[in-house]
Design a protein around this ligand. Structure first.
Ligand code: PGA
Length: 250
């Protein structure tokens, strides 16, 4: 696990965008897993500054989608990914995949048929969720329909007129689906994420903290700001802007 603490989300996003652009230019990035929410927005803005044919040729697989929003709803994750990633990078909607609540298992098959996800972008919920894998999700879970925690619906109410409008269910990549990506880049910004970040990185590996499953993956980079890093052990939050490898002893 590699952890890089940046002074701000913009600097974190800019450095991650440069790495992704270089990976795409080197032929190592064809399929990108994309997350929604506020956290990856700075990354998408930075990537848009590098708009290149290599990025326009990416195939995107979203982490998750709400169940029950009408087609074209501005907060459906298809709308969000097309608006915030597809259009700025010049990626055709036909290359953007989202899980279908009617046939969730087909999503894992579609990812495999595209050769797997080269890089998965992730955020982390205040409750430690990744995708919509809420606490208690099995580490072997695949793409499936799942109820949303009350805390997740409350956190996402800011995107809707009222909390009653936030869907109660979503279809999400499972934890095993996420772990099947070759490389995972997790972003976390702000003090509200500090507890979950510390528990996921340096706490026990437990299904009560879904992001702790990332401890099992051979290529995970945490790209976080100082506030999100504030509850990590001091050795992990030193060296601003430089990666710290998490040793087996920590
Ligand atoms: P946020 O959501 O980026 O909007 O904070 C992250 C998440 O819930 O995974």
């Amino acid at each position: 696990m590699r952890i890089t603490v940046h002074p701000s989300s913009r600097e974190a996003a800019s450095s991650a965008a440069e790495e992704l652009v270089a990976q795409a230019a080197g032929g190592g990035l064809h399929v990108l897993g994309v997350a929604t929410g506020s956290t990856p927005q700075p990354l998408y803005r930075e990537l848009a500054k590098h708009r290149t044919p290599g990025l326009a040729d990416l195939t995107l697989f979203a982490l998750d989608e709400y169940v029950g929003l009408p087609e074209g709803h501005p907060q459906s994750y298809r709308s969000v990914i097309e608006r915030d990633v597809g259009e700025p990078l010049g990626i055709s909607p036909s290359r953007i995949h989202l899980p279908d609540p009617v046939a969730p298992g087909a999503y894992d098959a579609a990812i495999a048929a595209h050769g797997g996800i080269d890089v998965q972008i992730l955020g982390i919920g205040q409750n430690g969720h990744i995708g919509f894998n809420e606490p208690g999700s099995g580490f072997h879970s695949l793409t499936r329909v799942t109820p949303l925690d009350a805390s997740t619906r409350a956190a996402n109410a800011r995107f809707f007129d009222s909390i009653e409008d936030v869907p109660t269910h979503a279809v999400t990549q499972g934890i095993a689906t996420i772990l099947s990506a070759r490389r995972i880049v997790v972003f976390a910004f702000g003090r509200a994420k500090a507890d979950a970040v510390a528990a996921a990185i340096s706490g026990p590996r437990t299904e009560q903290m879904p992001a702790s499953a990332l401890q099992d993956h051979p290529d995970v980079s945490w790209v976080i700001d100082e506030d999100a890093a504030s509850l990590l052990p001091p050795a992990l939050r030193s060296n601003l802007g430089r990666a710290v490898e998490l040793g087996a002893s920590l």
